[in-house]
Design a protein around this ligand. Structure first.
Ligand code: CA
Length: 418
């Protein structure tokens, strides 16, 4: 697959995250305007809702884009998903004869506000990166018991909170919680001291299910992908996680990138999961490659300081694909809904500089990271900004996700001191 050229000139730059091949979906508001469905192209965002109203983007009998969320389009199903891409590609292609009709509906990306691109109906977070699971297991339980006995057989996950998912740019308040440090006999209620990030991808379910589905059916149900930062309070987590897994340590906030990259834009980058260390049960077998080759970075910017890249890795490091996770999620008969969000689990590579959390990068605080200017970090400090980026690199073009960013706000006063 090579670059599809557009008359929006910036979209033809090989480094531009939003070429015509991408067409990611967001919700934006221009200055003084209401939020609406938009599509990023080059350095612009196209008001897709206005196009639909004008009859230039005929998708279905009833409007699908008249609310500031992409859920109705997802509900309309895969035939409409590809219809959207086909019509927009025609309008925006270099040789298009509808440029005059489109131009009034383009806004500069740097002059709009971005909002949640879809309504998160449910949120599940997995633990499907082998390097991450091994590293964290080693720190929490020692290297002999690092990987639990089920890990190579089941994509482990927990039911998260849809209510905690926020769009990139939203401030993240340091939480209070019950925690117990190893050198104290009793637990205490304190502001989190080991606040962390987790580099993940989020898969968005675009079609519902009401019983067990196969991995192939699960793949077909997935609408698109976002970057996802699962903010994690490690000291709260270490005290609360046994035996039912994380609870309040993961419930403060989860940040997603503002653009949904549709599965169709990622097709050229499909790749297989790594070789199985233990054979999977047949219901989890991948019938075709279902992971994606997406370069990922984590950047850290202290308040007023310089930005540095603290980790580089790739989505293809995951042991389980989102389709395998989704299929496993339905084995019980658990119904999946349109707008269900599945976190991949932290994506860590095999090397020290490819670890997707500070817990691993600083090895539990034992080996603090050095930042430019002499500062060090074991965990996040107030005012730190964390930015995740992702890029799938094609022939002469890049598929980007936009930034997934959040700044740590200081803990408020003790919420129970009143
Ligand atoms: Ca996670």
């Amino acid at each position: 697959m090579s670059l599809i050229r557009s008359w929006v000139e910036a979209a033809n730059d090989p480094a531009c995250p939003f070429p015509l091949n991408n067409l990611p979906l967001g919700v934006f508001s221009p200055a003084g305007g209401a939020p609406r469905c938009g599509v990023a192209i080059g350095d612009k965002v196209l008001d897709a809702a206005a196009l639909e109203r004008a009859g230039t983007l005929p998708l279905a009998d009833a409007p699908l884009l008249d609310r500031a969320t992409w859920n109705p389009l997802m509900e309309a199903g895969p035939a409409i998903w590809s219809r959207l891409r086909t019509i927009l590609t025609g309008h925006l292609a270099e040789k298009s004869d509808t440029r005059d009709q489109l131009e009034p509906h383009l806004y500069p990306l740097d002059a709009v506000a971005l909002h949640m691109p879809f309504t998160v109906t449910e949120f599940t977070d997995f633990y499907a990166g082998r390097n991450h699971a091994f590293n964290v297991g080693t720190m929490f339980r020692g290297p002999e018991n690092a990987l639990p006995p089920n890990w190579l057989h089941i994509p482990i996950g927990y039911n998260g909170r849809a209510s905690s998912v926020v769009v990139s740019g939203t401030g993240v308040r340091r939480p209070w919680g019950q925690l117990k440090s190893p050198d104290h006999e009793t637990p205490a209620f304190l502001p989190c001291r080991r606040f962390d990030l987790e580099l993940e991808m989020g898969a968005i379910v675009g079609q519902p299910s009401s019983g067990p589905v196969t991995v192939a059916e699960a793949d077909a149900m997935i609408f698109g992908y976002v970057l996802l930062n699962d903010w994690s309070a490690r000291d709260i987590q270490a005290w609360e996680y046994q035996p039912l897994g994380p609870f309040q340590s993961k419930a403060t906030a989860t940040t997603i990138s503002p653009w949904i990259v549709m599965k169709a834009a990622l097709e050229p980058f499909r790749t297989s999961t790594p070789e199985r260390e233990k054979p999977l049960l047949p219901y989890l077998a991948e019938p075709e490659p279902m992971l994606y080759d997406i370069d990922l970075t984590v950047e850290l910017t202290p308040n007023g300081g310089a930005t540095s890249t603290i980790a580089r890795t790739n989505y293809k490091e995951m042991y389980y694909s989102a389709a395998q996770q989704l299929a496993h999620h339905t084995t019980s008969g658990c119904p999946m809904r349109v707008g269900d969000l599945l976190g991949s689990g932290t994506i860590s590579g095999p090397t020290k500089d490819s670890r997707g959390s500070l817990l691993e990068l600083s090895w539990g605080g034992k080996e603090p990271l050095s930042l430019p200017g002499g500062a060090t970090r074991s965990f996040l400090e107030d005012g730190d900004t964390v930015t995740l980026t992702g890029a799938a690199r094609g022939e002469g073009y890049t598929i980007g996700f936009g930034e997934c960013t959040g700044t740590i706000l200081p803990a408020l006063a003790d919420p129970y001191a009143r």
